[in-house]
Design a protein around this ligand. Structure first.
Ligand code: ANZ
Ligand code: ZN
Length: 809
């Protein structure tokens, strides 16, 4: 008989304590078959939200599955703990950023345990602690000495209220994401990591990765390699040349004007007295707009500089305009405008009434301007050639004349890592009046971030005014009046290498233990949100290539396989947000139904990669399933009359189940795996009612099922395992195997008799239970009317062979 219902709260608490004590989830010290199963470490922002669960719980199921298949699994967690929210809390509520962070990591830590994961919590990484950021600083110095960390002038997004540089992603509609102040463009000396040196490798190596195609495509677009030419246009009537980048040198005869970015240095030389005030006004206005504003603007704007250049192809004198649809940060910040063949140039020429010359025959009259290939016209000696061929010839011809050369251009920019913020890893640099820029020697690391800082109302980083921090001794000449760099690093630097430290978090002789890294890396499977498709994943790939080149690691790609889970939406189908009141707090559910139910529901609700709305009703259904599992498995089983057919049918269904779940987990289809478990449990309860299989077979079945359940619902599986009389943990068991031959469906022909006379037949899978065969036969009788509408009083079934309807005469 089935026992009292399952009490997840008490049971989960019990096993949590047992597991912690026995240390069954500690990573193997001597792995024979290492498997690195990694989730993206979270920013500790208060409590684990349902999105974290959606990442960590299914990822844990996969880790447990690998472990049962004999792998030694490294499955760590940590905290990406530096960053603005901590600082905002400090500014708003007066709690020091470090206190706020420590409080949050403590509550995350408790919830990591509650989740029921086999995460090895002895290996926690916290990027805001000196024993970690010491090595982030070490990495910076490595890059610096290799010439890959450089300080230079650049135009940056500046928030005058937050007093800091913002990354492009932190600027929303031209305003600071944090405070809503209009962002300014400013020229500042900042630290950059020269990721552009790696552009080709970052692009080409994508082809070898087992990553979602859309992520690879996003990275390709971000790197944005385009082949073209740098061409030079002499300034008319003065010295100087205007250099442009173009992907279409074949259209040069159609270039009727030039456009330069408002910040372009040559504007000052081109500008005429009449145009001066108008151009300057325009430059000032454009200075308040971000690149994103500028690219998205529907209406093109611009002003004429008054100056001209000479088109080297046909010696025409053409006007130079200033317009903000040309960006200073791309190519050369200047373009040759070809209004007949480029959409933006076309719109601009129409608006300002500039000349349009078609130089490629438009094969698609419907589209104007025509951007495709075709036959050359209005292009001197190149007329009649096909445009791709003309492209090569024109570049060669211009090159001979000293007017430029073929080049490749990238959209990718160097990585600006300076932040004028407090809560980040200090940049280990000292400025000395005598020696200039001096790196802090490695043996003086870490440069310690002072804790317990208070902010004044301006929100400015307290480091700027912290006398003990700013004042430094020059490591080179001993000058005690040197000044410490007060900028900290972008938090993406912290996360660009953290996965190297997990294999040995205690390692003191370097950022990472080379032996342990050799054992565990590259990461076998990396799981996290698609919002990291570009920045984090690109930066981590870059740093891996840098360390590879430095001979410090022996692989170039850190993450062999990547899986992006989808997003959990509120029950109303919208993105969860406090203002919509549709936020699901996983802990509320855990308290009532247990962690297993939350885990299982998250995996059952739909394909992991898709996400979807949280459905409280389906959640209830999932919970009921767990209760049913408990009831069925934990009940006493006593066989009645044993039926050989029933035994075979049950056996086949188990082999099928093992195969299905194995294959589903291999391709992360949790939802269909769980659906088949549900079907199987329904079958098992039927068999239980019929009690027509042997006790040995029953036992084998329930034991196998509990092992299959273990990676999904680790607490319940452990409880049942114990109730089945086992002493060791189910999580130390091997994954069940299956016999392929037994999973194949055999077909049999079943004869249909009415009162013993043959009336028909049908085909169905072998090994079905009598009930299923009868159902099938009755359904077909409705179609074929074998029983002539007579009342059936009895149905005799011989499994795999015949059905006999006995009717009332
Ligand atoms: C002439 C031309 C004719 C162009 C034509 C296109 C079509 P991708 O592929 O993205 O690299 N361009 C160059 N620098 C720019 C800048 N700083 N701001 C805005 N636009 C810029 O694009 C390269 C093309 O974008 C270049 O080729 C240039 O316009 C424009 F029928 O030159 B083209
Ligand atoms: Zn000095």
């Amino acid at each position: 008989m089935s026992k009292a219902s399952y009490d997840p709260r008490a049971t989960e608490a019990k096993w949590r304590a047992v597991w912690e004590k026995s240390g069954i989830y500690k990573t193997s010290k001597d792995p024979k078959s290492p498997f690195y199963n990694l989730v993206m470490f979270p920013y500790p922002s208060g409590n684990l939200h349902v999105g974290h669960w959606y990442n960590f719980a299914p990822a844990d199921t996969l880790g447990r599955f690998e472990r049962m298949r004999g792998k030694d699994v490294l499955q760590p967690l940590g905290y990406d703990a530096f960053g603005l929210p901590a600082e905002n809390a400090a500014i708003k509520n007066g709690i020091p950023a470090d206190e706020w962070t420590d409080k949050n990591t403590a509550s995350f830590h408790d919830q990591y345990k509650i989740l029921g994961g086999m995460y090895d919590l002895d290996r926690i990484i916290n990027t805001s602690k000196p024993d970690y950021y010491k090595w982030t600083q070490w990495l910076f110095l490595k890059l610096y000495h290799a010439g890959k960390a450089v300080r230079r002038d650049g135009v940056v997004n500046w928030c005058p209220s937050c007093q800091t540089v913002l990354a492009n992603e932190q600027v929303v509609h031209g305003e600071c994401e944090r405070c809503g102040t209009k962002v300014e463009r400013k020229n500042l000396k900042q630290w950059y990591l020269t990721i552009t040196d790696y552009a080709d490798r970052l692009l080409e190596d994508l082809d070898e990765l087992d990553w979602p195609e859309r992520v690879c495509q996003q990275q390709r677009n971000w790197i944005g390699r385009s082949a073209g030419a740098h061409l030079e246009f002499k300034v008319y009537g003065a010295d100087g040349t205007l250099e442009v980048f173009t992907t279409r040198p074949d259209t040069i005869f159609g270039s009727t004007f030039m456009v330069v970015a408002p910040e372009h240095p040559l504007v000052a030389d081109l500008i005429t007295e009449e145009q001066r005030s108008e151009v300057e006004k325009y430059q000032q206005w454009a200075g308040t707009r971000t690149d994103v504003d500028r690219m998205e603007a529907k209406e093109k704007t611009g002003v004429f500089t008054g100056g001209y250049v000479v088109n080297p192809a046909n010696a025409e004198k053409i006007p130079v305009w200033v317009a903000d649809y040309v960006l200073m940060g791309y190519g050369t910040g200047a373009i040759m405008a070809v209004p007949a063949h480029d959409e933006r140039d076309h719109a601009f020429a129409k608006k300002y009434n500039l000349q349009i010359i078609e130089v490629i025959t438009n094969q698609d009259k419907a589209s104007e301007p025509y951007a495709g290939d075709g036959v050359m016209q209005n292009s001197g000696q190149f007329d009649g050639l096909k445009s791709p061929e003309a492209k090569k010839k024109i570049v060669e011809w211009l090159h001979k004349g000293g007017f430029g050369k073929a080049t490749t251009n990238y959209r990718l920019r160097d990585w600006l890592i300076s932040r004028q913020r407090y809560w980040g890893a200090p940049i280990p640099i000292i400025y000395c009046e005598e020696c200039g820029v001096v790196p802090v020697p490695e043996d003086q690391l870490p440069v310690v971030l002072p804790l317990g800082q208070e902010f004044d109302k301006s929100g400015r980083s307290p480091l700027h005014t912290h006398p003990d921090y700013v004042k430094a001794t020059c490591p080179k000449c001993g000058n005690t009046n040197a000044r410490r760099e007060t900028d900290t690093m972008d938090t993406f630097v912290d996360s660009s290498w953290y996965f190297l430290r997990y294999p040995n978090t205690q390692y003191q002789d370097g950022a990472f233990d080379p032996e342990a890294v050799k054992t565990w890396l590259p990461v076998d499977r990396y799981m996290g949100g698609v919002e990291h498709a570009i920045l984090h994943l690109l930066y981590a790939r870059f740093i891996a290539k840098f360390l590879y080149d430095a001979g410090l690691i022996d692989f170039q790609e850190p993450f062999t396989k990547l899986i992006n889970q989808g997003m959990i939406l509120g029950p109303d189908g919208n993105k969860m947000s406090k203002s919509k009141g549709n936020v699901i707090d996983p802990m509320q559910y855990v308290e009532k139904y247990g962690a297993d139910a939350v885990r299982l529901y998250l995996m059952f609700m739909g394909p992991w990669e898709d996400g979807g709305p949280w459905d409280p009703q389906r959640f209830e259904g999932t919970y009921r399933f767990l209760q049913k599992v408990y009831g069925t498995i934990s009940a006493q089983y006593e066989p009645n009359v044993i039926d050989a057919t029933s035994e075979t049918a049950l056996d086949t269904s188990l082999h099928k189940l093992v195969k299905k779940i194995t294959e589903d987990l291999e391709s992360t289809r949790f939802n269909t795996a769980i659906a088949s478990m549900m079907e199987y449990i329904t079958l098992l309860t039927k068999v239980q009612r019929a009690s027509d299989v042997s006790v040995e077979l029953w036992r084998e079945h329930v034991q196998t099922f509990v092992r299959l359940l273990a990676p999904f619902a680790p607490f319940l599986a452990e409880e049942l395992w114990q109730e089945l009389g086992e002493e060791e943990s189910v999580h130390l068991e091997a994954w069940p195997t299956f016999d392929e031959a037994k999973t194949r469906d055999e077909l049999v022909t079943i004869a249909v008799q009415v009162n013993g006379k043959l009336r028909g037949e049908f085909v169905m899978e072998a090994g079905k239970l009598p009930g299923a065969i009868e159902d099938q036969a009755r359904g077909l009788d409705a179609e074929h009317n074998w029983t002539h509408g007579l009342q059936v009083i009895k149905v005799i079934v011989v499994p795999d062979r015949l059905v006999n309807f006995v009717t009332a005469h």
